[in-house]
Design a protein around this ligand. Sequence first.
Ligand code: TYM
Length: 354
Amino acid sequence: MRPAMRVVSGIQPTGNLHLGNYLGAIRNWVRMQDDMEEENRARAAGGNDADRNQCLFFLADLHAISMPHDPAELKRATLEMAAALVACGIDPQRSVLFNQAQVPAHPELQWLLNGTARMGWLNRMTQFKDKSGKNREGASAALFTYPVLQAADVLLYQATHVPVGEDQKQHLEFARDVAQKFNNDFASEDAPVFTLPDPISPPKAARIMNLRDGTKKMSKSDPSDMSRIELSDTSDDVMKKIKKAKTDPEPLPSEAKGLEDRPEALNLVTIYATLTESSVEDVLKDFGGEGFGKFKPALGEVLVETLRPISERFTDLLSDREALDAILARGASQAREIGRPTLEATYAALGLIR
Ligand code: TYM
């Protein structure tokens, strides 16, 4: 049997969970959690229970302070995002679910890794360029060193696999570079301190774009609410947003090639395909030749049906603050235990007396 997998991933609690996060990341997290659990059962049945697969999912609240933010809003968003993850199917009994701020080993390890991360590597990160825009000098130092914290997030737990969307792949490459250099510089070949994590991206189709501009990804930072579908949207909101989504006047083509220069149309078809677990080609078999007047209501309905049970659970969970606090406290305590040996090994490898 292959070695156990340690799956680790995070999401920033900045605003509500949107369809891009859900289809691009969270749904995949839930699948991995469920698959790992099934395999764990098989392992236990085979008498090989010692080495279990494990999933850790966290709210990257420490990353969220790299951009200007409102503290009350961050607190609210962190609780909401925790509720949203559980509503989507992350089960705190099976996965370790926590927020970074309750596990000081994350920023501690970041500092230790700052000695290994190179300025040249950080300078190449496209997210810093995107988020700082023309105001590089005014960007926070945290925004620049953000990838080092992200490296610490996964290296702390010896992650073997990190599910992320395409946009986070560069940060994962960075984490591998840091791990590799640290192991080379401070550990012997047969006893590396860090595992090199592999990014796992969901199928390409799961890149969900902005409803007002099909060339930009769907994101919580877009000022327009109409650009994204949020988990907390009512059915009416969802229908309205889909109806108003930008499109072109042409009917849908019958083959995927016909969507090449039509980013908005491609995005809507992609969302439909992802929700119904089919392919763009299959959707076009059904809707090729039809106009958006027919396709949009069909898409809206599939969306409403998918999101309804999630948004009901979300509302229930949010109304019990104590239960949410308890979930995060328990997850953080488990995370602290799991991360401790690696943190200690890092201090020791660097010659720091504890
Ligand atoms: P964040 O919070 O921006 O996004 C969380 C996850 O959702 C994916 N995603 C998308 N996928 C498809 N289409 C979209 N429109 C879309 N928008 C977001 C992201 O790729 C990501 O997988 N820095 C990270 C959080 C983080 C992290 C980590 C992730 C911090 N530490 C360690 C993995 C491992 C971020 O800001 O993701």
